[in-house]
Design a protein around this ligand. Structure first.
Ligand SMILES: Cc1cc2nc3c(=O)[nH]c(=O)nc-3n(C[C@H](O)[C@H](O)[C@H](O)COP(=O)(O)O)c2cc1C
Length: 386
């Protein structure tokens, strides 16, 4: 097993993932839509927020433990759903679920995963969540929800911000497909990624495990963008949220809320939590960063529903800042994928360790020992969005 003690930050993992993961999949992760302004703002806006250093406080017995929709988490962090994760590393979703289980944080499987619900359920812990996209084929969605129940999923995330796809230039230029097409450019690139190729040769999981063999009339799945355009339902609306809530019957989390008005509708729908998210800057380019959008949503509905956020979290400081501004949970997309692409399961564990350590130490420097006592008074006035 590789010695990861010198991997000290998420950026280290990103650099190694870039070396090890085929270009089309690395670019798929490390990109936003159009000019990528929202993608960049997601992390840059965290940097602008400053913390108040406090001293001479007894720092023994610190804890970052919390609950997310009533479920245990070692820190207010869950792994976000990401499509094609099994292309960042062979069997990526299984490895991610195992690392999350051992660490004690929830893991969310995407509808667009490579490993199937059933495969991942055999490795996941109690915090095994599933993210659903609503497709035109409603029978398929009903069966998918039933499969999630049968697989022991403990909360469902319904993503509301991807009825249509924001354009990511690199995906088009790279000809993103699953598995990659044997073009000269792809073969030359794959030749420089021997570990990745070996991993892929050792697994059967190379297509969309939740979809292939389950959805009717699915044409060419290898082209993600054309398949999305064909299958995702552009008519998705709040009545569908009601229908899914009823069909599922368990904890429901709405993902992709960026506006206080939508947040109120989310509360009215009876959901258990909402995620302030712009899909990691991959959909509406020009939307504010998630951390910027968070305070107004907490102000509007924070007393009525658990408000979480994702977008731009690259360390424990970001988690603490989000918590201070009222997020009762966060999710990590790229920080997880970079760990996975760099070192598989061990890399995901390392990413979680890096985040938790930084969260714990920063909380202590701000004079706190229990995350539940942290509020916006740890932030320097004038440096955070209101
Ligand atoms: C490569 C990639 C694939 C994603 N796929 C999905 C998905 O299938 N479903 C979904 O709801 N969100 C998806 N997202 C969005 C993430 O769940 C999350 O909102 C975002 O990554 C958070 O931003 P961060 O990457 O800066 O942490 C994806 C994000 C990335 C980077």
């Amino acid at each position: 097993m590789a010695d990861l003690s010198k991997i000290t930050c998420i950026e280290d993992l990103r650099v190694i993932a870039k070396r090890r993961v085929p270009r089309m999949f690395y670019d798929y992760a490390d990109s936003g839509s159009y000019t990528e302004s929202t993608y960049r703002a997601n992390s840059e806006d965290f940097q602008r927020i400053k913390l108040r250093q406090r001293v001479a406080v007894n720092l023994e017995g610190r804890t970052t433990r919390t609950l997310m929709v009533g479920q245990e988490a070692a820190m207010p962090v869950a792994i976000a759903p990401t499509g094609l994760t099994g292309m960042q590393h062979a069997d990526g979703e299984i490895l991610g679920a195992r690392a999350a289980k051992a660490f004690g944080v929830p893991f969310t499987l995407s509808t667009m995963s490579i490993c199937s619900l059933e495969d991942v359920s055999r490795h996941a812990g109690p915090g095994f969540w599933f993210q659903v996209y609503v497709m035109r084929d409603r029978d398929f969605i009903e069966r998918l929800i039933d499969r999630a129940k049968a697989a022991g999923v403990s909360a469902l995330q319904l993503t509301l911000d991807l009825q249509i796809l924001g354009q990511r230039h690199k995906d088009i230029k790279n000809g993103l497909s699953t598995p990659p097409k044997p073009t000269v450019a792809n073969l030359l690139n794959l030749a420089t990624k021997p570990r990745w190729c070996l991993g892929m040769l050792g697994t059967q999981r190379r297509s969309f495990g939740n979809i292939v063999g389950h959805a009717k009339g699915v044409g060419d799945l290898s082209s993600l963008s054309s398949w999305t355009a064909e299958q995702f339902d552009p008519q998705l609306n709040w009545r569908d949220v009601e229908w899914i809530k009823k069909r599922w019957g368990g904890k429901l989390i709405l993902k992709g809320i960026m506006d206080a008005e939508d947040a109120r509708l989310a509360v009215a729908s009876g959901a258990d939590a909402l995620i302030v998210s712009n899909h990691g800057g991959r959909q509406l380019d020009g939307a504010p960063s998630s951390i910027h959008a968070l305070p107004a949503i907490v102000e509007a509905v924070g007393k009525d529903i658990e408000v979480w956020m994702d977008g731009g979290i690259r360390g424990g400081q970001d988690v603490l800042k989000a918590w201070a501004l009222g997020a009762r949970g966060t999710l990590i997309g790229r920080s997880f994928l970079y760990g996975l692409g760099a070192f598989g399961e061990a890399g995901v564990t390392r990413a979680l360790q890096i985040i938790q350590k930084e969260l714990d130490v920063t909380m202590a420097f701000c004079g706190h020992t229990d995350i539940h006592r942290v509020d916006r008074s740890i932030l320097l006035p004038g440096t955070y969005p209101v």
